[in-house]
Design a protein around this ligand. Sequence first.
Ligand SMILES: [Cu+2]
Length: 615
Amino acid sequence: MQDWRYQQLINSIEYQRQFGKWDVLELPVDQRVNAIHSALLPSGKIMLIAGSGNKEDMFATRALKSLLYDPATGASKVIPVPDDMFCAGQTLLPDGRLLVAGGTARYEKLDGAVTYAGGAMRVKNENPDVGRDIPVGTEFVSPEGKAYRTIRPNVVPPATKVATRTGATVTAAEERVFVEAVQPGPQGITLQPGLQFAITGLDPAAAKDVYGLGEALTLDKQNYQGTEAAYTFDPVAETWSRVDDMDFARWYPTLTPLPNGDVLTLSGLDNIGNVLNGETEHFDPRTNRFVEDKQLTQYFPTYPAVFATEQPNRLFYSGTNSGYGPAEAGRLPGFWDLDTNVLTPVPGLRDPNLLETAGSAWLGPVQDQRMVVVGGGGIGESPLTTARIDEIDLDSPEPAFRPGPMLPDPVRYPNLTTLPDDSMLISHGSRDYRGKGDSDVLDAHLLRPEGGPGGTLVEAADPVVGRNYHGQAVLLPDGRVLTAGSDPLFDDERNTIPGTFEQRLEIYTPPYLFQGGKRPEITSAPDVMRRGTTVSVQTPDAERIQKVRLMRLMSSTHVTAVDQFSVAVEARATGADSLELTLPREIETMQVGNYMLVLVDDRGVPSVGSMVRVP
Ligand SMILES: [Cu+2]
């Protein structure tokens, strides 16, 4: 179709009523960031976090940014971030603060680009009375005289001492740190693991207590390294504050909110650049502290999609993930029982080897417990991609994935956004790894829950801006969807021109906002709602409201949005301008947290969301 004809078509009200509309948004030059993480805050503003934005020069100069964008007014403001939150984990806390944990301590160095051999050094402390600071530049020398130094400050705690009948047993403390050879090139390589390294400058007594045990120190590729640091963003003061460090450094972690408002911190690359071996931390928002839960040791690849379910203490891992991890570990979707730490796999998923960079989300309200897995690719830079949409009903007596509709094109990095009318926007992505070969999929669909497993797929208007790796989408309070970020490897089909980070935003207005007539309105609603109570909501549209939903304020990064869900609320008109809502009783359904209350009328048109806190 000729361009002017196409423009005429997509701008016609008939078209928009059926397919919706996309609007590209270009902020002023000084307000553009490389958005990696997006989150809707209780203030109605969107936090877009870039950190260094996958730009090593920004990392080196500590030009670390976030952008607060107000979709209601279009106003925005750049807020520097105190640490590199690039590729951290994020989720909203019960009091409305945004928790961001982990991020980048060091950029990767690819094979062939490593000048100084490096790897892990296990620093031991046998002294039960004092810990030991390991400042930056601490030098470890091997028996054959090769020297290595630390690049970040560390602390080794005191050894543990347990009294016995005959005296005491001392168990050395250990801290695993990253070291680099002082000499460049192959002369810095030490292959033999387990050698004892002396720390330069220690007196002989201290040197007996504190020493290093080297692992393989090589010129191989050095992965990104995570940080332990965690911060919260206060949506009222609009400032970042540091909270307790995690016990483990994490790059590409998932933060899964639990029904009681606590947060589990899963997976990620550690301070050496290895995938964590199942170490799981529990964040308590009242104390702002992370505590390792030593009972929970399930191994997941990075950015695992792990959701709280309606079953107490039972999480669901959809199998989708993003980034790093071997093919043979942590790839099977299943239920993770937090009481026993057992992961029970579920069968039936098509293309089970294509779960990396796939999307997963609840289809319909969380009470239905229907989860879909959409698209995805093979591990790493595999050219394999799938178009499948499969559904699993977690409530069924024998939960198994069942085939749903196929997308017209295979896709990695699809963004899934749950809308208040229970449909799901599936948008963007690319056919190949990071958009290689100009493979962005400029396509969008709405998945409606009706019509069998996986629902019914209908076409939506096509977005203009491509979004592959590092893309995100979040539902806005007014029922539109904001999309941000994209980080292609290359800008051309032949993969010769290095990629440019996509800084434009694009907003989708769903068909429900083109239906004409008046949008339902909330005149007044409580801003706190308690489980199992009835509340009254004022609306001039009481008699035509058909659905009431609580939409959890969501956050999104790397196709992972595990805090996205909606709750169906029973409603009854108690007059022409008031509704009585009966709120769910179970904490697994109506989880502690922040939501938008949305009234949906008999034409499927939603009201603007009204912010609600569930204590
Ligand atoms: Cu990333």
